[in-house]
Design a protein around this ligand. Sequence first.
Ligand SMILES: [Ca+2]
Length: 522
Amino acid sequence: MRPWWGWTCLLLLSVALVTWAQDKELEDEEEDALVEDAFDTEAAEAENGADANVSFQVTYKTPVPTGEVYFAETFDDGSLSRWQLSKTMKEDADDDIAKYDGKWEVEALKENKVPGDLGLVLKSRAKHHAIAAMLDKPFVFKDKPLVVQYEVNFEDGIDCGGAYIKLLSDTESLNLEQFHDRTPYSIMFGPDKCGEDYKLHFIFRHKNPLNGDLEEKHAKRADVDLKKFYSDKKTHLYTLVLNPDNSYEIFIDQSSVSKGNLLTDVIPPVNPPKEVDDSKDRKPEDWDERAKIPDPEAVKPDDWDEDAPAMVEDPNAVQPEGWLDDEPELVPDPSALKPDDWDEEMDGEWEAPQVPNAACAEVPGCGKWKPPMVNNPHYKGKWKAPLVDNPNYQGVWSPRKVTNPDYFEDLYPFRMSAVHALGLELWSMTSNIYFDNFIITGDKEVADRWASDSWGLKRLVASANEVSKSIHFQPFIQKNKSAQTCCSLSCYNNNKIKNTNTKKYTCMLYICQIYRLFFFFK
Ligand SMILES: [Ca+2]
């Protein structure tokens, strides 16, 4: 039975919320639209008796990029028409697994579905997968940043496998039917995990201006624990921003996790050292690398006995009483009989096997008694002179430096090979890796707006479902607009508190807590 004050509280709080909402215009129009859409959809579905397992739903519209993009893909039309499955074989792999025959599907998320939203899902376990699509136009690394962003959800967790993408170089031989592990790429970016090694790759291929060789350069590791992103079965957003000034920054869920510079924060470095060791230089034979030497003036003390043994018989030991010096520990078995087939000529003289002497069973011991051995207090071992600083020490030798014949200086590694396709070439021991909302643009704001229209909705739905599950107030929500509006906004604001109205957030959170209490006592 509900206490009367509960209803009063609810009524007052609802009125307060409505009044407050009328007085204050919401600052973020997008949030408003989202939440109102959420309510409208919810109400409509409640009327239609729609799926009650989805406690929060939003009106989903396939996002449309708002600025110049080189590639954008939502998969929401259910087709892979712009994508090409690889028809080739992986090099250097056993024949039975060399084919890129892993299956891809376009389907909805397994958990926290957003109706109308589909993604690309890697379906096969322990198979090679390869799929790629051409960009609308090549991205040429000149004066615009490269922004590449996409979503990953490890729907079944991840044991060992990758979810990274490759931006394929714009070469004459680029043929997506032949996409494989050696297809030239300019950038590789995204999650990868095996065992306890959690990686977020950012690798680019740099062309040596002297000889044209391409070498992989690996950015330093991210500054955060990646495990939570790969194991929580939620959809996470991965963003790489690469700027013409060679700086780069990597984001997960729009929070920076790593940043650096292509000239200073990659391994191996883009530019080789100006000088290198002279391979012809040899260490002089008389080069003295001994920092310490035995003191040449030290003398062995006269009383130092190098021959004293380390162990001696214990001088204090006393033979235990009852010890039988004249009895052997083993005696011939008196009950043993010579076997009938024993041939003394062939087998030698027969002897009974030895058994423990019965006379020794009740006494401390038999045979000749010896005192136990103990450490010798006079033992000193071989005398060695103490070590002193070597006056002739010359330090550790190293060869002289000479000018590096392979030296070059490339101050613009950003200007890498243009990219013309986006490919996923992956192996995984866990299936159901979900990808969605790929975008390549020259403007981070375009990627951010795209994210708020796509990934932001997914996160809102997932967070709202989580709250709904945790406080069991789904039936209540379906009856009460204020509670849903309140809690949806609170959840949505939870991650945006720094950018939104703190007072509004605090108020809503407070009201939500009251609702929680209300249901606790219900
Ligand atoms: Ca989608």
